[in-house]
Write a protein of this length. Structure first.
Length: 323
């Protein structure tokens, strides 16, 4: 058993894609996207006899003249890997942290064991989500939905709403819709470049879809298709024509496409009744199973700098009126 830097896209993705409920944030493509938006990415693995047992896609973040390391929804540890693989991987991450002057290692484990020295921090990726089992038939999926959700899907179909895949040349329309949605629902958005670069990474990995009616685009969404899982990443809708219920049909059409692509799961990617009450009601209405993760944790390497980091972040959140 040995630690290695993963430089082969096929090798990493074969490992990531083979895990149930595939985590797109640990894929090669997501690492490429992070590099395009200014992050430095490290891909570490533990292997035995040429086969990966554990892997971590790690993004370096800058903080003053220091850094920290972030592993979204990872590391990924194969069930049969055992404690030795985890020990080797975290030892290598500690070496990387020393080299990169990292204050801490931030990660989001699938399960939380008794590893010591962890500090719970504000969650980066959603801690709770809703997941549909796509191995059910379309009829079974519809029956599990809330009555209002089924009604709104049928209404959108009756009103002539159509869902079509778009490409990056139509990105400007999506950004306009997203800006409308952010202002209306008080969502904080990433930069325009962030979403644009996401669509440039891999057309089979990240797809853009629009819902149209009466010759107009009235809703859109960015979706990930990774291994056995399709994930709803970002959605937007026009302030006009909201009575056509286009977002409901958009979701249903992507669910059906995900089934056609061979996906086993559809992840709505984040619910929180307090922070996003309307969005949460919308997602819950599709009748999936709620999944809960342990959340985001920091493994601290430099306590003095970590105290400074948290103090500065706290002041920033107060200044931005972030709860």
């Amino acid at each position: 058993m040995n630690v290695t830097q993963i430089n082969d896209k096929k090798k990493l993705n074969s490992f990531i894609y083979s895990e149930p409920h595939c985590q797109f944030l640990q894929s090669w493509q997501w690492g490429e996207f992070q590099e395009h938006v200014g992050g430095e990415v490290f891909r570490l693995g533990v292997e035995a006899e040429g086969n990966l047992l554990a892997a971590a896609t790690i993004i370096k973040k800058n903080f003053l003249n220091k850094t920290y390391l972030y592993c979204p929804h990872g590391p990924i540890l194969r069930a049969r890997a055992g404690g030795k693989a985890k020990e080797l991987l975290f030892s290598e991450i500690a070496k990387l942290a020393l080299k990169e002057k990292a204050i801490f290692f931030r990660f989001e484990p699938a399960t939380l064991d008794e590893q010591g020295g962890l500090k719970k921090t504000l969650d980066i990726q959603p801690k709770r989500t809703i997941v549909l089992n796509l191995e059910k038939t379309e009829k079974e999926l519809l029956e599990k939905m809330g009555q209002k959700t089924r009604y709104n899907i049928r209404l959108a179909e009756k009103k002539g709403v159509k869902v079509e895949q778009a490409d990056i040349s139509e990105y400007g329309t999506f950004w306009k819709l997203l800006s409308e949605t952010g202002a209306r629902d008080r969502f904080r958005l990433h930069s325009e470049k962030y979403y644009q670069e996401m669509l440039r990474v891999d057309k089979d990995f990240i797809k853009l879809f629009f819902a149209k009616a009466n010759g107009k685009i009235i809703a859109g969404g960015i979706f990930s298709f990774c291994g056995d899982t399709a994930t709803y990443l970002h959605g937007a809708s026009s302030n006009a024509d909201r009575n056509l219920m286009a977002p409901f049909l958009l979701q249903w059409e992507i669910v059906k496409r995900a089934k056609e692509y061979g996906c086993k799961y559809y992840d709505f990617y984040g619910i929180d009744e307090k922070k996003w009450p309307g969005v949460t009601r919308f997602k819950v209405g599709f009748g999936g199973e709620e999944i809960n993760y342990p959340g985001t944790f920091d493994l601290v390497y430099n306590k003095r700098w970590y105290f400074a980091y948290r103090a500065i972040r706290r002041l920033y959140r107060l200044a931005q009126n972030i709860q």
